[in-house]
Ligand binder design. Structure first.
Ligand code: COA
Length: 175
């Protein structure tokens, strides 16, 4: 049985246990303000080299700033994680970033990502945000997942977040 609960700080580093494997056949690119689907084959066997060394301290900083961090467990195994930033961004200071959302490969397509996303959206609402900001991996599956949650292209990406991940698709979703 899968249980969802708040993660303790000491559990955040366990995100490396999430199986990041994914075969990607198409990615979205932004051309003249429009999303265009392009063939691009990647067979990711796990986390890209060096990514976790950079990501885990970043997630811990977010946790320490008061970020919201939720995990999905199969018994004691972490199989999904969502993190919501605590810092408001946007011209009207009314956006919170969904900083991290990953579900282990074998657990995808069972509604877990959707549950974690909706919990993060509800938390953003409680914290007074109007919008959830998502810097999304451009793979077809990921963009379709966010679109089905109601996310749409942002007109003005956050400059700092865009500089960090210029190939991501930057989306906004009403909370
Ligand atoms: C994107 C990602 C988080 C989605 O997680 P997921 O658990 O596969 O997503 P879900 O299963 O909740 O949703 C996928 C679809 O399966 C459906 N689904 C399938 N079985 C279901 C079930 N038993 N119960 C509920 N929904 C189910 C969902 O309804 C959803 O369809 P919809 O979007 O049309 O509503 C996951 O694919 C992932 O980790 N990808 C790799 C990493 C990544 O790209 N992360 C995002 C970084 S920005």
């Amino acid at each position: 049985m899968i249980t969802l609960r708040a993660l303790q700080r000491s559990e955040v580093a366990q995100v490396w246990r999430i199986d990041r494997s994914e075969v990607i056949h198409n990615i979205y690119v932004l051309i003249e303000g429009k999303l265009v689907l392009m063939p691009a084959y990647f067979d990711a066997k796990g986390w890209p080299s060096g990514e976790l060394e950079q990501t885990i301290p970043d997630l811990l900083d977010c946790f320490d700033r008061g970020g919201w961090c939720w995990g999905a467990f199969d018994a004691d195994q972490l199989v999904g994680v969502a993190l919501l930033e605590s810092k408001f961004i946007g011209a009207a200071n009314d956006q919170l970033q969904l900083k991290f959302l990953h579900v282990s490969s074998a657990y995808r397509q069972h509604g877990l990502g959707k549950q974690l996303f909706e919990l993060a959206r509800a938390e953003a609402r409680i914290r007074g945000a109007r919008w959830l900001y998502v810097s999304a991996t451009p793979s077809e599956n990921t963009i379709h997942f966010y679109q089905r949650r109601g996310c749409g292209l942002i007109e003005q990406p956050d400059p700092e977040l865009f500089a960090l991940e210029p190939e991501d698709i930057h989306l906004l979703c009403a909370v």
